[in-house]
Design a protein around this ligand. Sequence first.
Ligand SMILES: Cc1cc2nc3c(=O)[nH]c(=O)nc-3n(C[C@H](O)[C@H](O)[C@H](O)COP(=O)(O)OP(=O)(O)OC[C@H]3O[C@@H](n4cnc5c(N)ncnc54)[C@H](O)[C@@H]3O)c2cc1C
Length: 454
Amino acid sequence: MGDTYDVIVVGLGVAGAYVSHTLSKAGFKVLAVDVKSYERLGDKPCGDAIGKHHLEFLNLMDLPQNIVEGSVRGIDIYSPSENVRFRVVGDGYLIDRIELVKYLVRQALNSGLEIATNTAAVSPIVRDGSIRGVILWKEGKSVEVAARVVIDASGNARAIARRLPRDWPVSEELDMVDSNIAYREVRRLQHEVEESDILRIYVSKQVAPGGYWWLFPYSHRDSYVNVGLGIQGGRGYQDPKTLLYQYVLSREMFKNSELVEAGGALVPTREPLSTLVWNGIAVIGDAAYTVNPVHGGGKGSAMVSASCVSKAVVEGMETGRVDAESLWNANLCYMSNYGVKQAVLNVFRLFLQELSDEDIEFGMSRRIIREEDLNTLSLKGYLELSVIDKAHRILAGLRRPSLLLKLKTVSEYMSKVRALYESYPQSPRELPMWSQRVKNLLSEYRARVLRGGG
Ligand SMILES: Cc1cc2nc3c(=O)[nH]c(=O)nc-3n(C[C@H](O)[C@H](O)[C@H](O)COP(=O)(O)OP(=O)(O)OC[C@H]3O[C@@H](n4cnc5c(N)ncnc54)[C@H](O)[C@@H]3O)c2cc1C
């Protein structure tokens, strides 16, 4: 471990591994550190699903066979009673996240990456308004390492971002109500799962308050499934493991199944951090809250943020400047490739978490919301309540007019949030005013639509 680097990456999950790979390949002197041992890199509880569109964007379509554990052609979403099922079509994969991280790290090592495992980043070194490096803790000793850019990819730990000055927008903390606490197990069943290339999501406030439970079969591994449950954080709900055992693993299909892996973690489910970059710092992945707020998938978007930051760092280094202004393109890239959609989906997430099981059952069974709506929503981040469908929806919604009205208002706010995020600031100077507008719009939305507003 030398003492001066172009870039230090803190954390080697998917985000850190991807950015380490791209920046090492671009010829920079990069050090990546992780508290884990080399063997445990990438070992983070996950549902393992990822959309094909992410892998296409990230140039990862020709991953080695051993990384892909399943192919996906759609998701079935079940109503609380499980009597109504919507199929949302879309291609994806189940990925061995440990192998994916190792694959990216190996490529980075071949391009000259240095890694320090069993090493914790404990704090940033900040001087004259910019990050100058980090303090590491390795083998009982503290070491100062200098770098022109520090990239915080430490997931929920936010090891660097959380210790930055409060007036740096990258330091913004997560409100626990904007998180999901998820627990999952990998199990081998006694039998094969029908249609093993279809993921299953079950929405039920009773079973998974503020979240859902899932069953993801590994179609390339006979009778292996990933079964898990997520609840909204900060509300005092029962822990997801207890709920999973009580309501899900007690079912016949899991009888005599073999436990292969178990674990849980927190997932941020909110709008993106207002900026991924500041002076000498970039924040990516879960540390930058890049997760899809509706389904909680975050691997693809973590790597999208890594890709955007990587390009901006290359540009910044070329101009000899790595301040917020020079790295700003990372934000423009992330917003146009994922952030706008993420912010719009967050509006829908807030609405979903307010609905009762009766509302959801009613909305799905009376087709006030339809498969097509969910398809457009998940692909593009639009909730289009088309004119042709209006008459049907009004008739169907007569028994619950307030639900229909709310849905219309939600759709309007989704459009407003989209417009605001599409006009994301072109420079850090405009950020405070834009952030204030986001804050105001979300407060107005909460007041009008959530908690009994109409
Ligand atoms: C139960 C569950 C199911 C999920 N299912 C899915 C799914 O099906 N699909 C999907 O796309 N996403 C899913 N997610 C979300 C997904 O796992 C995350 O969004 C993704 O792993 C984030 O990657 P990351 O690289 O940002 O962070 P992480 O994977 O959390 O990596 C952070 C790394 O930083 C290291 N680190 C932390 N602190 C320090 C420090 N101080 N110094 C050095 N290193 C440090 C950690 O050891 C770790 O290796 C799920 C999450 C959970 C909890």
